[in-house]
Design a protein around this ligand. Structure first.
Ligand code: ADP
Ligand code: MG
Length: 590
């Protein structure tokens, strides 16, 4: 048991408690605040004075009440029972608390995320006499119907297995004993890790695979990579939450960690209510069976929000260490940054841009640095990845504010949501002129296997869209009809691409997910259309005749058809119609 230092409350400033200790407590340690034993964390120390950020409402607290340093920092509990849980940012089980107290958790209530009574069937995979070190698998537990939880030697341990037993155990029971240089260590299914530091890794590896999301504008134009980091900035109602949830549902990650750093309490309540109902397209079961939700739903202080991101990342790293591809969504990192600002303000630190502390960039960097594809510290070669996807909600949708601009420096994909597009109900409202991906090389190698023409096709489609943006400028001045036909063709194909490819409804039974094979076939249809029609326009066939082709309407609807057969059929139809049009004009000119 860690030593518990006692002190008293001297002053209270909102969620900040100033406490006096006789002995020096530790920076970052968790504190029980007041008679109610509220949770808090030491955020600054000077001499015996501790500045404690309280995670819960401090109303009613009085100077003179006790503060107790419990001797450990905020840790994540890691082990069987985590999957499907909704926990809050300071590691309390909300699933259980809700049953007890309803959505507004009473202050001081505390239920740990991992159930202490629940019994799991532990099946050893290591044997007595095995030499093992941190990260090595010693056994497994069927945690949910679809998920096998691998039990690992905790970080920074090595030795020889002295005993290990199959059987029914709780997370705190001893399932085996490890003989180490410093004596025997009991092996349990639960381990803990301080959330503010990353779990150890053996080696960082180059990213090698795109994260396939089934969302065309993302996968085809601005791909993310497994182990990469992406930002989804956008004003209110532009589709941040829907985008992140689509990726949670449809991406080819094994495990999802969803962090709700909610803007409003009821939005979070929605997540908590709706998420468990979502069907998992991969398994036919519920998505929640391979999802962990971290959400501060209760009326907790902002500082709890600040901690929630680290809690989620630590959980993500733990599953990464088992060799899984983990995707973590944080909605939204702006709320997290605002919590930082709030805490900094109460500490009376000198504010930098927009009131954020000067260390904002360091904090954002250290968040995204925890993404990656890594070799896990284990004897066998094991690789896992953690992908971070963060929504950013800039006030007024202004991308020049500090959280957005700073985030840009540390991420690899930027999906710029555009309120104009959202207003026109072009969803996902990802602006194709402002967004970017630094993972194109990774994506191109993967897509190239599927179709060697992927890269040039994608490049041409994007150029058409970019050119169309310029042509539209001119069209606004002189009118579309006055443009030369080759420019009007650009506008036509761009419009076809927008409606028939970029727009993708999250709520359409078929179109909500688009398989990679379908994406590339569909895209090629648009560039083939352009490349076939363009020479005809040059020979003088009027664009207005091209616009009349029946196949155009068909092409725009293909995304909503099952599979790729209709695309092949449309391709044939397209070639025939274009051919007929060309013949008709040849005849006229002969
Ligand atoms: N991919 C999409 N497909 C269909 N509708 C969408 C899509 N993305 C966003 N929307 C629409 O926009 C609304 C707002 O999206 P939401 O994700 O809640 O915005 P934000 O989180 O940025 O405030 C949704 O309720 C939905 O109607
Ligand atoms: Mg939202």
């Amino acid at each position: 048991m860690a030593e518990r230092l006692a002190g008293t409350i001297e002053r209270i400033n909102g969620s900040l408690i100033i406490g006096k200790f006789d002995d020096q407590p530790k920076m970052g340690d968790l504190i029980e605040v007041g008679d109610l034993k509220l949770m808090g964390e030491i955020v600054r120390l000077s001499e015996g004075t501790a500045y404690i950020q309280c995670y819960e409402s401090t109303s009613g607290l009085k100077p003179g009440e006790p503060v107790i340093d419990i001797g450990t920092p905020l840790v994540a509990e890691l082990g069987p029972g985590l999957m499907g849980q909704i926990i809050d940012g300071v590691a309390r089980s909300e699933t259980e608390l809700w049953d007890l107290t309803g959505p507004f958790i009473s202050r001081g209530a505390n239920i740990p995320p991992l159930n202490r009574e629940k019994v799991w069937k532990f099946e050893p995979t290591a044997k007595v006499g095995d030499k093992v070190s941190s990260g090595d698998f010693i056994g497994s537990v069927q945690e949910t119907e679809t998920f096998v939880h691998r039990i690992m030697v905790p970080p920074n341990q090595e030795g020889t297995i002295k005993s290990i037993n199959a059987g029914e155990y709780t997370v705190l029971d001893t399932v085996g004993v490890l003989e180490t240089a410093n004596g025997d260590v009991d092996l349990k299914m639960m381990q803990t890790w301080p959330v503010r530091s990353g779990r150890p890794i053996k080696k960082r590896l180059a990213l090698s695979q795109p994260l396939i999301t089934g969302q065309r504008v993302i996968d085809t134009f601005f791909p993310c990579a497994k182990g990469g980091a992406s930002a989804v900035p956008g004003g209110f109602g532009t589709g941040k939450t829907v985008t992140l949830q689509q990726i949670a549902k449809w991406s080819d990650a094994d495990i999802i960690v969803y962090i709700g750093c909610g803007e409003r309490g009821n939005e979070m309540a929605d997540v908590v209510e709706q998420f468990p109902e979502i069907e998992d397209p991969r398994t036919g079961k519920k998505l929640i069976e391979r999802t962990i939700i971290v959400a501060n739903v209760s009326n907790m202080a902002v500082s709890a929000r600040e901690a929630s991101i680290y809690m989620g990342i630590t959980i993500g790293e733990y599953y990464r260490d088992m060799g899984y591809d983990v995707s973590l969504m944080a909605d939204s990192t702006s709320r997290w940054a605002e919590a930082l600002r709030d805490i900094s303000g109460r500490l009376e630190e000198i504010p930098a841009e927009a009131g954020y502390p000067a260390y904002l960039a360091d904090r954002i960097a250290s968040l995204y640095e925890r993404s990656g594809r890594v070799q896990v510290p284990a004897t066998e070669e094991r690789i896992g990845s953690l992908t971070l996807l963060g929504a950013v909600s800039p006030p007024g949708g202004d991308y020049s504010e500090p959280v957005t601009t700073t985030t840009l420096r540390f991420i690899g994909t930027f999906w710029a949501l555009d309120s104009q597009l959202a207003y026109r109900r072009h969803f996902p409202a990802i602006n194709w002129l402002q967004s970017f991906s630094r993972y194109l090389g990774v994506a191109a190698a993967w897509w190239g296997e599927l179709d060697p023409t992927w890269e040039p096709t994608r490049g041409q489609a994007l150029r058409i869209l970019e050119e169309a943006a310029e042509v539209e400028e001119t069209a606004r001045i002189i009118g579309e009809k006055s443009l030369p036909d080759d420019q009007r063709l650009i506008l036509l194909v761009a419009e076809m691409l927008r409606e028939g490819f970029l727009v993708q409804s999250a709520f359409h039974d078929i179109d909500r997910y688009c398989a990679p094979e379908k994406q590339v076939k569909l895209l090629k249809l648009f560039t083939d259309f352009y490349n076939t029609v363009r020479p005809l326009i040059e020979t003088g066939i009027p664009i207005d005749q091209v616009r009349e082709l029946d196949v155009i309407r068909e092409i725009m609807r293909l995304k909503e058809r099952e599979g790729t057969d209709p695309i092949d059929a449309a391709h044939t139809q397209m070639m025939n119609e274009i051919d007929a049009l060309a013949k008709h004009y040849e005849g006229e000119n002969a």
